[in-house]
Ligand binder design. Sequence first.
Ligand code: ACO
Length: 356
Amino acid sequence: AIETGVARLSVADWEVYHQQLEKRVGINQKLMSPIIAQARRQPKRVVFAEADTYKILKAAQILVDEHIAFPILLGDKKKIRQIMEDNYIEIDRCEIIDVTEQPEEKLEAYAQMLYQKRQRKGVTLYDARKMILDRNYYGAMMVHADEADALISGLTKEYARIIRPALQVIGVEPGVNRVAGMYIITNAKGESYFFADTTVNANPTADELVDIIGLTARKVRFFGIEPRMAVLSYSNFGSVAGEQPEKALLAVQKAKQKYPNLIIDGEIQANVALDTQLLQENYPFSDLAESGANTLIFPELTSGNISYKLLQEIGGNEAIGPILMGMKKPVHVLQLGSSIREIVNMVAIAVVEAQH
Ligand code: ACO
């Protein structure tokens, strides 16, 4: 057994880690290689709010070795050093910040900034001084203060708790009302599909769905792909009446008006949206009839979240995400099961976002 600092790994598990490392940044991925190449052209400072885990530290080593990013590690310095030592991880030129050991003046300056931002949201200066010791607030403040270019938090099972500091400190991009989360699912044939909202908005209204559609279209184009969007439901073009199909239909109508050049249709069932033949035979009038959808918009969070997790677990598909869309600066909250390769991919995306 091998001690990693997070868990004692059996030799078999250790092998799996190494196989993941072999694949490293996923250079065979059609989608990710241009992003990684672009990140390398101008690496950015990426702060990891929860760096004291093996996976984050190994990813940080790869990011430095591959010239993708300059990691800044937040965490317990002793614990970080121990994990690195136990796993032969060496990271050149990498800053480690233990928030509790930061100089008084630095903490006070950040607390004042946080207080300025949140004083009309019920936060006192006393609260701000306590909050800033939380690494998620500290990391978000580093990005807000331009001392880092992007924030990566997690690995976490508490997505909601971790995303709040970023929403409160960094906030949303001008012109954006709701942030939302996207996952990319790539199947064994190398075909990629984009899913949203998979992580943030529990039950969006039709107008909020239109916001999610706009953010998602922009993010799909970020990967050099033209979105063909389906707003999903359990019915096709009015085949079943009900609140959910009507919401999806309304969102499609509004999105078509707001984004006249976007290929979008619905409400539509998932299998129909993906099957060109079925579309052509039954719904030849649809915008998607020519080549089917590559981007799926879910009517609410439950179906979006369950769908990508099922595909990830059962289908032998590879997932990239959750990609948080609509923040003023790049922020991504990693989920508990993220592999080292997924972390590296997410950071590369954040670096390219920061370059923009
Ligand atoms: N877009 C933009 N801003 C938002 C959003 C949003 N979607 N949601 C909240 N905010 C803002 C609020 O306006 C508020 O700003 P303000 O304080 O400056 O006025 C700030 O963020 C914090 O708001 P809260 O009221 O504390 O947050 P809220 O209770 O609305 O919760 C949250 C926001 C945490 C994102 C919530 O919507 C949530 O829990 N979503 C589900 C998250 C989740 O558990 N996902 C599933 C698992 S994720 C996974 O599987 C990887």
